[in-house]
Design a protein. Sequence first.
Length: 148
Amino acid sequence: MRVGRNPEVRRFKEYIDDKKNTTRWREICYSGVDMCVGNPYSIKWVLSFSISIITTHLWESNYTEYQQYLFSRICKYKEDILTPIGYIKISKILNDEGLKTPRNTEFSNSKVHSIYKKGKIREERINREDIVEVSNPTIEEIRNSRLS
């Protein structure tokens, strides 16, 4: 459509003149292009998608330094490549050194096993990879019938 023939395009041309936009925008209107930004018949596009992130990195560790120390000592004894030690011997070593459990009791083989097992579960949770899912994007066309 030509500028002189369509009153809505003429209004858009005057709007552009008032805003003192670039010559390029004026050329678009003078050339009769009906689909440009701000035109009453412009096309607007909406891009929609969703992102889902599952992570375990949103909280701080609730282990005390002492609990971490006990867990690392037990791991060192249990995972020794040359001579791994059993839970009973580890409990004897820790008791002989005068160490207590986090609840201030003496070590037994079941308490050493519990600290080791729960510490491994905690390590796995902390080191777990984040799961990121992005849905397929959709593009929708929205037509306006009046000036925005």
